[in-house]
Write a protein that binds this ligand. Structure first.
Ligand SMILES: Nc1ncnc2c1ncn2[C@@H]1O[C@H](COP(=O)(O)OP(=O)(O)O)[C@@H](O)[C@H]1O
Ligand SMILES: [Mg+2]
Length: 169
């Protein structure tokens, strides 16, 4: 017997940004398209550009720039734009128990969009359907980043297609 339901849709796209500003703009395009329940998991080393992308996404979602700060100590920060946006950073968390204690898990699949830096720091929190954006430096090109976008589920597949259509700048 096969599974009772089809596996979720999946899409992958690769983009290269040539400046921090271009990564910000890609974030802005993402933010303008975000809907309640969307989960964006950002993966990449220190300086990869995760926060650049988040700041652009917050602008695109209508959050005032002044409200956006690093959640490194708070773990998760809530902003209000055209929809609620939650910005989390898992860098300093030791384990899932600590994450549960922050109330973060109550936000997953909630009525806001969730943007998570250092998403791969902890296993086990991510829902089955998410947009994973991996950012990597490019050897010999200090102002370039290679981005791999992987969307799972109809909503996140639509986001990948939307962002891939913006091309590389
Ligand atoms: N193409 C690019 N995209 C994003 N950031 C870039 C790019 N090129 C250079 N940078 C620089 O890299 C740094 C990225 O920092 P940040 O977004 O805070 O990274 P992270 O949150 O992943 O640690 C910034 O200083 C930014 O100016
Ligand atoms: Mg950061």
């Amino acid at each position: 017997m096969g599974p009772l339901t089809a596996p979720p849709a999946r899409a992958v796209a690769h983009l290269t940004t040539r400046s921090a500003r271009a990564t910000w703009r890609l974030g802005e395009r993402l933010g303008a398209a975000l809907q309640p329940g969307d989960v964006v998991a950002l993966v990449g080393d220190l300086g990869a550009g995760k926060t650049q992308l988040v700041r652009g996404a917050c602008r695109g979602a209508g959050v005032a720039d002044a409200d956006v700060s690093s959640p490194t100590f708070a773990i998760v920060q809530a902003y209000r734009g055209r929809l609620p946006v939650q910005h989390a950073d898992l860098y300093r968390l030791a384990d899932l128990d600590e994450l549960y204690a922050t109330g973060f898990m109550d936000l997953v699949g909630g009525d806001g969009a969730l943007l998570v830096e250092w998403a791969d720091r902890l296993a086990g929190w991510a829902p089955a359907e998410a947009l994973v954006i991996r950012l990597e430096e490019v050897a010999g090109r200090p102002s370039a980043r290679r981005l791999t976008l992987e969307g799972t589920g109809d909503r996140h597949v639509a986001l990948v297609e939307h962002l891939a259509a913006s091309g590389t700048r």
